[in-house]
Design a protein around this ligand. Sequence first.
Ligand code: NDP
Length: 345
Amino acid sequence: MKETPMTTTREWHLVRRPRGEPLDKDFALVETPLAPLDDGEILVRNTFLSVDPYMRGRMNDVKSYVPAFQLDQPMDGGAIGVVVQVGGSATDATGREVVKGDTVLHGLGWRSHAVLPARRARVVDAALAPAQAWLGVLGMPGLTAYVGLTRIAQLREGERVFVSAAAGAVGSLVGQIARLKGASLVVGSAGGPEKTRWLTDDAGFDRAVDYKATPIGTGLKEAAPEGIDVYFDNVGADHLEAAISSLRPNGRAAICGMIARYNDTEAAPGPRNMAMIIGKRLTLRGFIVSDHDDLRPQFEEEVGGWLREGKIVWRETVVEGIDQAVAGFRSLLSGGNTGKMLIRL
Ligand code: NDP
């Protein structure tokens, strides 16, 4: 039997594909009625929306590992919300019964309310950390840090690690996991003194380079004079070039993101020192977190344990209101966040 939901939703549509930096006029906030609930579906009132750098790629009309956003259609992405209505009986992705009032993690973000099959959502444990942590430290960015460092770069105890965009959601966790896994030196780069101070004073990094004050190549050489064994790349461009120069023989790089290039309108030249990859026997390996879901239980147990024991610090930057979601996304691309960037509804 169909149940009629009580509400409409406000959702963000992409109305024009950005060229370069996304502009406000590339998006529209649209009010639409919600479909009636089928058996097994839930109506969720979203409380937090995730904005993430990979969404910039989805705004381009190109084939990639994740489908492009369609023009004049709602965008999607990670979200946390509260179940306000259940159609018939419903179970989540883990087989757990979903009831009104449950807090769920799901993929229909960029909107105030969502109707979706309950099996595409997951009831979250809000006792371990505030619910929105499932969009950050316990969610996709956290898993990305864990996968990149352990499976892709295969970090070993005693190694020296460098991570770029270190004050962000992924990077701040990379440095802390490296420390907890026995790295002998953890260096991060970030834009501005406030971020670098947070890294060394609170997040346990040994050294932090403000790449806006010192060219990253020089800064990295000063911070890690004996070189690095592992580089976790979130930035690409000058940061990747600096890391290739600083990597020691047999060093590894987990190529996670290249945010310095996401707004480029033309292909940019690569690092000028690629030939060093040969002589130093380096391994540079790209990865996509969604291919590594098998590590999620291990990640949740290990990182969840560290959270419980207070061994991990995490921050979030919260932008208020669905009207500000695009502003929050744009700010993320230019470094307006420390830790996870979130939109609170
Ligand atoms: P962040 O929280 O790190 O936010 C992005 C940060 O990038 C900004 O805060 C800004 O920090 C930095 N930045 C922006 N432009 C530049 C630039 N030109 N040079 C140097 N830094 C820049 O985002 P996430 O933690 O969510 O993502 C980090 C990276 O990981 C991204 O590249 C993303 O695409 C990638 N990623 C990849 C995944 C995968 O499966 N491969 C999954 C998830 C994320 P600052 O102020 O320091 O400049």
